[in-house]
Design a protein around this ligand. Structure first.
Ligand SMILES: [Zn+2]
Ligand SMILES: [Zn+2]
Length: 310
């Protein structure tokens, strides 16, 4: 009997050792998702000169993985695109801030499985309505494990605010609270697009490009983030192609202009300076975040983007 117990103990110790070896250990401890709202691919990466995104194309892309076939395959408006990015589910959610997602987000799964300290997980957005992303309708999760929110002028159902204000809040929160998980939404270029302001729309793409670069520079300069932080830069949706309805002014249907978005992913566990042409979509972001940080996200319909990894 004694011998059997010793044998069993050895098997258990070896067994747990092997399972540890099998589960990958990554350098990433923090993940930031930057969502630039509603640029069309033709004015960003699809432009051969990439004239409106000099920082992302020349400074950031060489340090990361760029996806040229990245899509919104659900509803092509703001709340739905962000819900896919957060929950891994394409949902026809109300777009005015009056409905919360059906399923838990990567924030909720992280808080439940890792460290239930809401101050370490933030949603900071120019659009107030995106405060709905902090919660979900699933009865096992509703009002539980919620990240902190700093959305719009003063929270849900207030007004939008400028992206410059949002980014000031982002840098202050990174410095003071050191969140492990952060989702950022910039309202431009979507906001100027809806105002039929072509120059403002292009300026919004240029500004988002600069904010992405400043964010990555900040990450490398803060010892809480340098070499242990992954950044995903993506979009909630595109805009209509020329000739589809009113073109760049609006979005929301199935045209390729609305669906074709982009993803640039940078981090210590990812490859450098490559372009991936495998088709991927927004739901793959939360599944990849869960894999990187070592928690399960069983309700996500996304796939882990294994091709990202070194
Ligand atoms: Zn819009
Ligand atoms: Zn369209």
């Amino acid at each position: 009997m004694k011998i059997f117990i010793v044998f069993l103990s050895i098997v258990l110790v070896l067994g747990s050792g092997f399972s540890r070896l099998n589960s990958p250990k990554f350098k990433t401890e923090n993940v930031i998702v930057l969502v630039i709202d509603g640029p069309r691919y033709s004015e960003t990466w699809g432009d051969s000169l990439r004239q409106y995104i000099p920082f992302m194309s020349k400074e950031l892309a060489p340090q990361g993985v760029f996806y040229d076939s990245f899509y919104n395959v659900g509803k092509t408006y703001t709340a739905a695109g962000h819900t896919s990015i957060c929950t891994g589910i394409d949902q026809s959610i109300d777009n005015t801030g009056k409905e919360i997602p059906q399923y838990p987000s990567f924030f909720q799964y992280y808080l439940k499985s890792k460290n239930n300290d809401a101050d370490k997980t933030w949603i900071i957005t120019s659009k107030d309505k995106l405060a709905v992303l902090a919660n979900c309708k699933d009865s096992l999760w509703q009002d539980e494990f919620m990240p902190k929110t700093d959305c719009g002028a003063g929270g849900l159902l207030t007004l939008y605010r400028d992206d410059s204000t949002t980014m000031a809040h982002v840098f202050k929160t990174l410095k003071n609270n050191h969140p492990n998980l952060l989702l950022i939404n910039l309202r431009e270029p979507d906001y100027s697009g809806h105002a039929a302001n072509w120059q403002g729309y292009l300026n919004g793409i240029v500004a988002g490009d600069r904010y992405a670069y400043e964010l990555w520079k900040y990450i490398q300069s803060d010892s809480a983030y340098a070499n242990k932080t992954t950044l995903f830069i993506t979009n909630d949706h595109g805009r209509h192609l020329e000739g589809v309805k009113n073109g760049f002014i609006n979005h929301g249907d199935d045209c390729d202009g609305c669906r074709h978005i982009s993803l640039l992913a940078l981090g210590p566990d990812f490859k450098n300076n490559i372009t991936v042409s495998k088709q991927r979509n927004q739901k793959d972001i939360p599944s990849t975040i869960a894999y990187l940080l070592g928690f399960e996200m069983p309700t996500s319909k996304g796939e882990v983007m294994m091709e990202l990894f070194k």
